[in-house]
Design a protein around this ligand. Structure first.
Ligand SMILES: Cc1ncc(COP(=O)(O)O)c(C=O)c1O
Length: 186
């Protein structure tokens, strides 16, 4: 605070406001390279041949993932579930959007033995889990079950990194990596 002027950082309003970075300078290719490098050094995620998607915190990405995995079919909305005890925002945010394409349905175990293959299921798998730190694994199987792996806490200062996470859809955030929750970067 004593050096406010000399430490000020000015970001132009147009800077990085784009969906693309190839052949343009809007979103930083350098940033993506560093994210891949960070995961490689820590050994907590496979990023080869994966897309990196940025979000306003992982909160935004959690619902972007639900939206992306839901069928565009209001007569058969996706059922979104998580294993109790789960991070309450999954339920709050899924309900908040009042979407016709997805609905929060509570505890994963209620759907474990479902034989109804017409139901699309989206399971939040939180490892380590908030609030109990368990290394949760996906419970639901079958062609209509998709998982969103929330690895917000899969960093060595929270848990041993036993192997790089290698799932189709994995979410990380600077909130829990460095405590930069206010920067809103997932
Ligand atoms: C398991 C889990 N996922 C996601 C988040 C959201 O973090 P952020 O939106 O700051 O990235 C939190 C925050 O507490 C969390 O505990």
């Amino acid at each position: 605070m004593q050096n406010a002027a000399s430490s000020a950082l000015v970001v132009a309003g147009w800077h990085r406001m784009s969906y693309s970075f190839k052949d343009s300078y809007f979103i930083s290719q350098e940033l993506e390279t560093h994210i891949r490098k960070l995961h490689a050094i820590v050994g907590n995620a496979v990023t080869d041949k994966r897309f990196i998607v940025f979000g306003a915190g992982s909160t935004q990405l959690l619902n972007a993932a639900v939206h992306a995995l839901s069928p565009d079919n209001s007569s058969s909305p996706a059922r979104v579930v998580a294993s109790i005890p789960f991070y309450p925002l999954y339920e709050l945010q899924t309900e908040y959007f009042q979407s016709v394409d997805f609905q929060f349905q509570g505890d994963t175990s209620l759907w474990k033995n479902s034989s109804d293959t017409s139901v699309n299921l989206i399971e939040f798998v939180t490892a380590p889990n908030n609030p109990d730190g368990q290394m949760n694994k996906a419970v639901l199987r079958g062609p209509n079950a998709k998982a969103i792996y929330d690895h917000a806490y899969y960093w060595p200062h929270y848990t041993p990194i036993t192997a790089p996470a290698d799932k189709p859809l994995m979410i990380f955030t600077t909130s829990k990596l460095t405590g930069h929750a206010g920067s809103r970067f997932g």
